[in-house]
Write a protein that binds this ligand. Structure first.
Ligand code: FES
Length: 167
């Protein structure tokens, strides 16, 4: 069987929707590897459409470029990745994606309440984050970043209310 024709960077740009400069940027970071033509122009295997599409989606899902590059580096070089190769990637990022899904759900459900950021600016902060106890768990909006229930930062021995969110 004849090898699939290689794509120019313009063709890759048109199919993926990425700008040529973005593709060069991803290439420089090792997400795709161009082959040089006799005239020293970039040529890409068609399978790179899928690599770049994965990078696009993974970035939108919150994976960093370094994470994406590390995952793509596990794909075989010199041949088109198979379904089994992509299944292995799916398993690798499943946990990271699950964590992001849970953070998005917490943000959706709690953004109008106390987020444990230390501002103490809402009346509810005194109830859910008294004295900024959330700071003991780390920096940032602790109730969004981590699966910490606002009730978990209440003083020990206090009566816990059966509330699930910081509304
Ligand atoms: S919203 Fe910032 S500490 Fe409550």
């Amino acid at each position: 069987m004849a090898p699939a024709p290689l794509l120019t960077i313009g063709e890759l740009s048109r199919r993926t929707g990425m700008s040529v400069s973005a593709i060069r940027y991803y290439e420089a970071r090792g997400l795709v590897q161009a082959i040089r033509s006799a005239g020293n122009q970039r040529r890409f295997p068609r399978a790179d459409i899928r690599r770049l599409s994965f990078a696009l989606i993974a970035q939108q899902l919150g994976l960093t470029l370094a994470e994406i590059a590390a995952v793509l580096a596990t794909l075989p070089q010199g041949r088109s990745p198979t379904r089994a190769d992509w299944q292995a990637i799916s398993r690798r990022i499943r946990s990271a994606l699950q964590q992001r899904i849970e953070m998005l759900e917490r943000t959706r459900d709690r953004l109008d309440g106390c987020i444990g950021c230390g501002c103490l600016s809402l009346a509810r902060c005194a109830l859910y984050n008294p004295g900024d106890r959330a700071a003991a768990a780390g920096t940032g909006p602790r109730f969004l970043l981590a699966a910490i229930e606002p009730a978990a930062v209440r003083p020990s021995g206090g009566r816990r209310r059966p509330c699930r969110t910081a509304r």
